[in-house]
Write a protein that binds this ligand. Structure first.
Ligand code: AMP
Ligand code: GLY
Length: 428
């Protein structure tokens, strides 16, 4: 068996690692991969958005499955290009992935499907007065979201009318988010802990993986700028009624609405949820695995992850209830080490040491790493490594992650200290 993983982050290293553990010992290719994937796979230097080259590589190498990591690849139609070349792909078409890159589209779909989400309105420069009216109706307690992809920065959570109106002005007048802010969604501000659910989907059926929580802000206790994510833990909740509710009220109707619209979803549907007093509400959908969440979720999924991805890609998931899988017997915590200057101006080229001192059983997923001309491991991006500790419960997984992350050294390297410190307590 041969698997091609598209992407170069910690998420893709974790996916390649999980696929490689399959009992059939498959050969793994990564496009383009990183210094970590080079240890378990053959890296091929192709851009993640170059669908034609990725499809050619998949066909010529005889890949049985292409697994696509980044949203940029999905939006560029890489899954479509591979499918057109007759290769099995885990990753949605560009049309189905639109659920991630247009918030208005996602909201319309949720309303059609009856999926619980915050009340909302959408508008552009011409129709902005209806957004102002909605801000007043909510008395400023709202969230202003650029419709398009804005590198995680296009969401402003507001407490007052003034804050909300200046967030609207930032989109329409200052054009702070460029074209991504030409259309804006204003929604009701919800309260509650957040959690992310991951459904492996075959176009109609699905299987939930362990839910996770990630930490998007740079510094402890949610201070500092937004990042791609500085750590995560899983399971974030193992409460069967909660997971049943997410499966039946969120994932199943969303997949049905996507199929009805002629854009069946094959891949990982990621629901960002808020657990409000009135039950779970969807904040956003992503059309891919989360990063770094995947580095905690995938190690809990066992050696059968590749079978699940293959079945999804072939439209062949078991017809049995879509989810949830049994709660995992273990817990996982990933702590991300970041480069000096991340997220604003990450420095590259710092020599990394300490990887050989990690405990057996603790996982180290590479993200922004490379080899320099002398073959030494150096930093090559903002998020450098993810260290995943595993244990029978979250506390021990957390302890292992932190004991090990402290053995890694590179100049200016840093990490958050509070990952999984106060896990979501869910009681229904
Ligand atoms: P999004 O990109 O839509 O997931 O939003 C980014 C972050 O903004 C979320 O992780 C939440 O912390 C916050 N957020 C988004 N929508 C809402 C909402 N309706 N109410 C409260 N917070 C929200
Ligand atoms: N960690 C957040 C994301 O992958 O979107």
């Amino acid at each position: 068996m041969r698997v091609l993983v598209v992407g170069s982050g910690g998420r893709e290293h974790a996916l390649a690692w999980a696929c490689a553990r399959h009992p059939s010992a498959p050969e793994i290719l990564c496009a383009p991969g990183n210094a970590g994937t080079a240890g378990i796979a053959t890296n091929v230097p192709i851009s993640v958005t170059d669908g034609a080259s990725i499809a050619r590589l998949a066909r010529e190498s005889g890949a049985d499955l292409v697994v696509i990591g980044p949203d940029a690849a999905l939006a560029a139609g890489v899954a479509d290009a591979c499918r057109a070349a007759g290769v099995a792909v885990f990753g949605p078409s560009a049309a189905a992935a639109r659920i991630e890159w247009s918030k208005t589209h996602a909201k319309q779909l949720m309303d059609r499907a009856g999926v619980p989400t915050a009340r909302w309105r959408s508008g552009d420069r011409e129709t902005r007065s209806r957004l102002f009216d909605f801000v007043l109706e909510l008395d400023g307690r709202c969230v202003v979201k650029a419709d398009g992809l804005a590198a995680g920065k296009g969401v402003v959570v507001c407490d007052s009318r003034d804050e909300a109106l200046s967030a609207l002005a930032a989109c329409f007048t200052e054009r702070r988010f460029g074209d991504a802010g030409d259309v804006v969604v204003v929604e009701e501000r919800l309260r509650g802990p957040e959690m992310s659910a991951f459904a492996i989907c075959d176009g109609g059926r699905f299987q939930l993986l362990a839910p996770a929580r990630d930490y998007k802000r740079a510094h402890d206790f949610d201070h500092g700028p937004n990042t791609g994510g500085m750590g995560a833990y899983a399971p974030a909740a193992a409460d069967p009624p909660l997971m049943d509710g997410i499966a039946e009220r969120v994932i199943r109707p969303t997949l049905a609405a996507l199929a009805d619209a002629g854009t069946p979803f094959v891949g990982c549907l990621y629901a960002g949820l808020m657990l409000t007093a009135g039950g779970p509400r969807v904040l956003e959908f992503n059309a891919r695995f989360g990063d770094p969440e995947t580095q905690a979720v995938v190690p809990l999924a066992g050696d059968g992850l590749l079978d699940l991805l293959l079945a999804a890609a072939r439209g062949d998931l078991p017809a049995a209830p879509g989810g949830p899988a049994a709660p995992p017997a273990r817990a996982a915590v990933v702590v991300v080490t970041a480069a000096h200057g991340y997220p604003l101006e990450p420095r590259t080229g710092d020599h990394i040491s300490g990887l050989d001192g990690l405990d057996a059983g603790t996982l180290c997923f590479h993200a922004g790493t490379a080899r320099d001309e002398r073959g030494r491991l150096v930093t090559a991006g903002g998020r450098v490594l993810g260290i995943t500790g595993l244990g029978p419960d979250l506390a021990s997984a957390r302890r292992r992650a932190y004991e090990n992350v402290q053995r890694i050294h590179f100049s200016g390297g840093w990490f958050r200290s509070d990952i999984a410190m106060s896990p979501v307590e869910v009681r229904w």
